[in-house]
Design a protein around this ligand. Structure first.
Ligand SMILES: [Zn+2]
Length: 302
């Protein structure tokens, strides 16, 4: 299948930083070995970002003039390379969403930067790829109504900030009750999952949440944030899903969304395993679940 990546645009990071920059390259290499076709999108134009985010925030990001407080909240050191990479990550989600509208499903090997809101960029998230992608695909006329299914272990505060007020977009976030962010912006539906919850109870809660969200969204396009951080071995996440449980999660979300008739754009979001290869395993399993479901006979089927 066709996949988008931006892993070649790396940025300087201190040893102690927990942002898993290597997962993107390792995942891309694994996808290439599996015979998938990789694409790199051009950096998203600045006006597209300014149409969604506060132009003054965009200007501070562009020029490296974030305040000390903003810099600390972002958790990544500013550099021109970080900005370039972030613009390419957004572009990958736009491209994957457009492709999904053609063939049913597609995936960006990046994105899911759900802590970026209209006027804030925090928690490793510079721009909100999903909100920007939605703003770009709507004028194409193929999709207006949208659903965001955010299964990263952290609540999708930035997405809720940007898309919560949007009457044609339903935002669902399923996350660890005791995980960051501690001051939240409410989604259309937030599901707090107790620390230590394993596969069975998580999947039940997810199924119920989808029962509620899908008929209300009546979505033509869905964005699925397939975070790897609800995994039991994650250093930041406080949930206890197994790799098999995460695979079952992916299959449940993909099947429910496809049954409902929505095109699905899958993005990575977080993953902070001690050994980055565990995070890559989880994301690769998500990609495999997507590949199995790409419509037979489409150009994306391989
Ligand atoms: Zn996360």
């Amino acid at each position: 299948m066709h996949l988008w990546t931006h892993d070649r645009w790396r940025f300087p990071l201190p040893e102690t930083n927990r942002f898993p920059i290597d997962k993107y390259s390792l995942l891309r290499e694994r996808m290439q070995a599996d015979g998938h076709e990789l694409h790199e999108a051009e950096a998203v134009p600045w006006p597209w970002l300014e149409a969604v985010h506060d132009p003054q925030l965009v200007a501070r990001i562009r020029t490296g003039t974030l305040t000390v407080r903003e810099q600390r909240g972002l958790g990544l050191p500013w550099s021109p390379a970080l900005v370039e990479r972030s613009r390419r990550s957004v572009a990958g989600t736009i491209a994957a969403a457009r492709f999904a509208l053609g063939v049913g499903l597609c995936m960006n090997l990046g994105g899911g930067t759900h802590h970026a809101g209209r006027a804030f960029a925090r928690g490793y998230c510079v721009f909100n790829d999903v909100a920007v992608a939605l703003s770009r695909i709507r004028p194409d006329g193929r999709a207006t109504r949208a659903l965001v299914v955010d299964c990263d272990v952290h609540q999708g505060d930035g997405t809720a900030d940007l898309l919560g007020p949007d009457p044609d977009c339903f935002t669902l976030s399923l996350h660890g009750a005791r995980n960051y962010p501690f001051q939240r912006v409410p989604s259309d539906l937030d599901v707090d999952i107790a620390a230590g919850t394993g596969d069975e109870r998580y999947l039940l809660a997810l199924d119920e949440a989808l029962d509620y969200a899908i008929p209300r969204a009546e979505a033509e396009i869905a964005f699925y944030l397939a975070g790897a951080d609800p995994w039991e071995g994650d250093r930041l996440g406080k949930l206890a899903l197994t790799k098999a449980g995460l695979r079952a999660r992916d299959e449940l979300v993909l099947d429910r969304l496809r049954e409902a008739g929505a095109a699905v754009c899958v993005v990575l979001a977080g993953g902070y395993a001690e050994d980055v290869r565990d995070t890559v395993d989880i994301h690769a399993a998500t990609a495999a679940a997507v590949a199995e479901r790409v419509e037979p006979g489409s150009v994306a089927a391989r």
